[in-house]
Design a protein around this ligand. Structure first.
Ligand SMILES: Nc1ncnc2c1ncn2[C@@H]1O[C@H](COP(=O)(O)OP(=O)(O)O)[C@@H](O)[C@H]1O
Ligand SMILES: Nc1ccn([C@@H]2O[C@H](COP(=O)(O)OP(=O)(O)O)[C@@H](O)[C@H]2O)c(=O)n1
Length: 286
């Protein structure tokens, strides 16, 4: 199967005489030479278009990475009607251990602040139900508490973002490891505005998961323990990464639902006292 891509906004000096370049890729997972002799390995910084930064997942030939809004996948644009690269998008990552209350609080945030809630876990479970070719692989990973390869999850997230028509997203349960994080930034060119981190002790999370009662195959003690291990080893480092960039808003998630939401509200709409504090601070330095 061939995929065609259009390059836009190439400065005339490097664009030559053509208006449009059709790059095509074969199933072998690389680009054959184009008129500019473009080979595209996994990550490619073109010597001809140094502003462009193309990446390519060989296992997903249709997934071209669009960075800096300069390269558009025309096929995707046609299919979705709109492209996220056209808009200014707000992304909030919602992270925390399994059972910390991410989904519960996201529902509250949606109701009050007009975000679209995208749960990576829900999207993966829907993909299993849809009978997709990845279904069995995803199901096995979830049963083992393992993290599904990034390209699968990111594709689902991107599709859901495009279909939502919204420009404000709560991305719940993603990124769950360093690979998730780096691939998302690379694929979408987006960074979270901030990361909402639900901090909760393991014993409390375990209690909640064991009484969640949603018929989830992974809410059994054996898988729960595996999920906790993956969380400690792979997900906490991602939270630490964002913390080092000053992006983490930590919430004590061990409290009752209503109290947790009071703390969440402070993040999304700081109370007057806090606004006044910053106003006074700004006045003092101006
Ligand atoms: N603050 C809380 N106190 C007690 N139970 C909670 C709290 N927040 C969520 N729960 C319950 O704990 C379970 C896990 O919550 P959920 O929002 O599904 O967590 P996550 O999305 O982080 O896995 C659910 O049954 C939910 O009703
Ligand atoms: N980014 C993600 C999110 C979830 N998942 C999978 O989906 C499972 C359930 O995730 P979830 O976010 O719905 O639920 P919690 O574990 O947070 O309760 C995880 O244990 C992973 O197996 C994933 O592989 N990658």
């Amino acid at each position: 199967m061939r995929h065609y891509y259009s390059l836009f906004t190439i400065p005339p000096v490097v664009r030559g005489e053509e208006d449009l370049y059709n790059l095509y890729c074969g199933s072998a997972g690389f680009l054959p030479p184009t008129c500019f002799n473009w080979h595209c390995p996994k990550l490619h910084l073109s010597p001809y278009f140094p502003r462009f930064h193309l990446s390519y997942f060989p296992s997903l030939p249709e997934l071209w990475l669009v960075l800096m809004g300069t390269v558009l996948d025309a096929a995707t644009k046609d299919a979705n009607g709109s492209l996220l690269t056209d808009k200014k998008v707000t992304v909030v990552f919602v992270l925390g251990g399994p059972g910390s209350g991410k989904g519960t609080q996201c529902a509250n945030i949606v109701e009050h602040y007009g975000y679209t809630h995208l749960s990576a876990g829900d999207l993966l479970r829907a993909e299993i139900k849809s009978g997709s070719e990845n279904g069995t692989m995803i199901q096995n990973m979830i049963k083992e508490g393992k993290i599904v390869p990034s390209e699968v999850t990111i594709k689902l997230l991107q599709r859901a973002m495009n279909e939502s028509g919204n420009d404000k997203f709560l991305i719940d349960g993603f990124p769950r490891n360093e690979e998730n994080r780096a691939a998302f930034e690379l694929v979408t060119g987006m960074e979270p505005t901030f990361v909402l981190f639900f901090d909760c002790l393991e014993e409390e999370m375990e209690r909640r998961l064991l009484s969640r009662n949603q018929g989830r195959e992974d809410d059994n003690i054996e898988t729960i323990r595996k999920r906790f291990r993956v969380y400690m080893e792979s997900s906490l480092p991602v939270i630490e990464y964002y913390n080092s960039k000053g992006k983490v808003r930590k919430i004590d998630a061990a409290k009752p639902v209503e109290e947790v939401f009071e703390a969440v509200k402070e993040v999304f709409a700081p109370s007057n006292a806090e606004v006044m504090h910053y106003r006074n601070f700004l006045c003092s330095i101006l």
